[in-house]
Design a protein around this ligand. Structure first.
Ligand code: SF4
Length: 336
């Protein structure tokens, strides 16, 4: 019988103190074979630590995709990317539908609302949409955007319009599998901080080709950006995209990474994404996303109509299966 690797045991025991890990220790965890007994131990530990971090309470954040207009940034994993030729021309969700989505999400118990756009969505429209959605949701409901890199002026305008933060990420192989320089992303992080917008981020989109070294670098880039929420998200092989034939992580590999992210970062932050399967929700992921409207991981016009967008109810059931309760009311800590 194969002997349990005592070095991995030591690293995980250290992580269980909740103070995080070094880059070297994190690299060693990312190097553990996917289906080993050590990996099972890592997943157990990730779940234990995440449960401690939030007293067993998970959250569901709700995304409204505002448009599917082809995007010139050409991230080859994204169905909106012009280069992929999956989407055609201009498509925007009408404002009345966006407001309806937002009101419904509040009624159904979302903990946070986020609006997503491609880089071809006009900034003035997004600013107006933030202000209009802010008027129909409770004052204590966090409202985020996920949009292109921004200037300081734009970050301040979004804040003034009623946003509390933004989802923003340095993608895996940014600048190689996308046309966006990492420096642009880092500048946006800085402008967001200066404008008072809080950060939701992630190590994503991860595929089978990414090495333990790349995962470790991305993990520490996230940790050092001091986000409100972070974790690891796998890439969806969207049919028709130039990257689809690179394949997808297994649920097991994705769950290992989610657990390692938690162990690497410790108890300092609360919400660990992405709970996209029952297995990740049983391995330390305590943040899931519900999705309506357009979706870069989908090819249909509205992801809730025959696409992959999950409802709040589906995500709630997934968390129950992992032993979580789900927060009632708005996510905490987003308002100054
Ligand atoms: S990921 Fe965002 S920036 Fe990249 S192509 Fe898709 S919409 Fe554009």
């Amino acid at each position: 019988m194969q002997v349990f690797d005592s070095r991995i045991y030591e690293i995980v025991e250290k992580a269980m103190e909740g103070n995080g890990l070094t880059e070297q220790e994190t690299l060693e965890l990312y190097s553990v074979p996917e289906t080993s007994k050590e990996a099972a131990y890592i997943r157990w530990a990730g779940q234990e630590l995440s449960m401690q971090a939030t007293d067993g309470i998970a959250e569901i954040h709700a995304q409204i995709g505002l448009n599917a207009t082809t995007c010139p940034k050409d991230c080859i994993f994204c169905s909106f990317a012009r280069v992929n030729d999956v989407r055609k021309g201009v498509y925007e969700v009408p404002k009345e539908d966006v407001l309806e989505y937002a009101k419904l999400y509040v009624e159904e118990g979302a903990n946070l609302i986020l609006m997503l756009t491609t880089a071809s969505y006009k900034f003035d429209k997004l600013e107006d949409m933030v202000g209009s959605v802010r008027e129909v949701i409770p004052a204590d409901m966090p409202l985020l955007v996920n949009t292109e890199d921004m200037t300081l002026e734009r970050a301040k305008r979004l804040k003034a319009a009623g946003a509390q933060g933004a989802y923003h990420a340095i993608r895996m192989r940014e600048g190689v599998d996308t046309t966006i320089p990492v420096e642009e992303r880092l500048k946006t992080f800085g402008y967001m901080r200066e404008a008072g917008l809080k950060l939701s981020t992630c190590v994503e989109p991860v595929g089978p080709e990414h090495t333990p070294e790349e995962l470790t670098e991305a993990t520490f880039r996230c940790i050092n950006s001091k986000p409100m929420t972070s974790g690891v998200g796998r890439r969806i092989a969207v049919p028709g995209t130039k990257i689809a034939d690179r394949g997808m992580l297994t649920d097991v590999a994705n769950a290992n990474m989610v657990a390692i992210y938690r162990l690497a970062t410790g108890l300092d932050y609360k919400l660990n994404c992405s709970a996209n399967t029952a297995m990740t929700a049983a391995s330390g992921a305590n943040l899931a996303w519900a999705e309506v409207g357009t979706n870069p991981r989908d090819t249909v016009e509205r992801t809730e109509h025959g696409g992959r967008g999950a409802s709040l109810e589906q995500q709630r059931k997934m968390f129950q299966a992992g032993g979580w309760q789900v927060r009632q009311g708005p996510s905490l800590g987003w308002f100054d």
